[in-house]
Ligand binder design. Structure first.
Ligand code: FE2
Length: 312
């Protein structure tokens, strides 16, 4: 049995179509979707339509499905989530609300466990040490390339403490997403797979729709990471013609920047907006639209030294 594992699509239906087509060409018969289907690119309804029409598919929910519960208002901070929530059909919203946090899928004697965050399986030991906010201090000399990032990941995963934790888990496959970094490892029959982000990869300069193939034959597993390239500038041109771009320009532009660089930007924009609002003495949260837009302009005026991880 060959599974395609796909996570963190974030409304990017064109990327999902490419991943699904590639997976079928590669002989995938089953599909495991690890959450975060909505928010960021403007095609969440199209994504859900594709998901519902994918046969032999299993789903869990991600944290962005919860971010659809955005308060009413005209602030800038939540404008992309509000636009997405307002454009989802009621039927699609109900479908998302039915998704479980975790599932288990059996293939012969191999058990596949799936949760959106690795925290469900390995606690904070992995999740905390690679969360976006610490990347600048982890790589203070500036932009990190994918090989360095993965080497660093491996050195953490191969540490004694992490191994001891993993070896307490039952043997089987553990699927998660959430940090948008594609990677996998096998610890004596405990196989960890993060397929990366299909729609918004943030693993430092490896472009294209990310997903991972898992083949199970006679109780043995093999893993292949896939990346399907596409034209990011053409995608950005499409987004500029949507209502999301009109309603949520700052968010959309920030996502364009993430697509162009495969690096986190949103976290740093939020951090900068907090500093900016404090500087101008605006205590309103979520950020008022004018503060949000001014903070975005100010964010782009800062020197590369202040946010070295952002610049490539
Ligand atoms: Fe995500």
């Amino acid at each position: 049995m060959k599974y395609a594992i796909i996570s963190d699509i974030h409304g990017n239906a064109p990327a999902l179509r490419l991943a699904l087509d590639d997976a079928r060409t590669q002989g995938a018969e089953g599909f495991l979707f690890a959450g975060d289907y909505v928010i960021s690119a403007p095609w969440s309804n199209e994504v859900i339509h594709l998901l519902k029409h994918t046969p032999s598919a299993h789903f869990i929910r991600g944290n962005d499905e919860d971010h659809l519960n955005v308060p009413d208002g005209d602030d800038g901070q939540y404008e992309v989530s509000r636009w997405c929530a307002g454009n989802l059909t009621p039927e699609n919203r109900r479908w998302l609300d039915t998704l479980p946090q975790q599932i288990t899928v059996s293939c012969g004697n191999v058990v596949i466990r799936m949760a959106h965050s690795s925290e469900a399986f390995v606690g904070k030991s992995l999740h905390e040490r690679f969360r976006t906010s610490i990347l600048p201090s982890r790589y203070p000399d500036g932009p990190v390339c994918r090989d360095t990032l993965l080497q660093d990941f491996r050195s953490l995963w191969e540490g004694d403490a992490f191994r001891r934790h993993i070896q307490r888990l039952p043997k089987g496959v553990y699927v998660f997403g959430h940090n948008h970094i594609q990677t996998w490892a096998d610890y004596d029959g405990r196989i960890l797979i993060n397929p990366g982000s299909c729609g918004l990869p943030l693993d430092c300069g490896r472009f294209g729709a990310a997903y991972t193939l898992l083949t199970i034959e006679n109780g043995r597993c093999s893993v292949e990471e896939r990346r399907v390239p596409y034209d990011v500038e053409a995608l950005i041109s499409q987004v500029k013609r949507t209502g999301q771009y009109q309603s949520a320009r700052v968010w959309s532009e920030t996502i364009f920047s993430e697509w162009r660089t495969c690096r986190e930007k949103v976290f740093f924009l939020l951090q900068h907006a907090e500093e900016y609002a404090f500087r101008i003495g605006d205590p309103r949260r979520p950020f008022a639209r004018e503060t949000w837009e001014a903070a975005y302009a100010d964010f782009h005026a800062v020197s590369p030294e202040q946010y070295p991880y952002l610049y490539v």
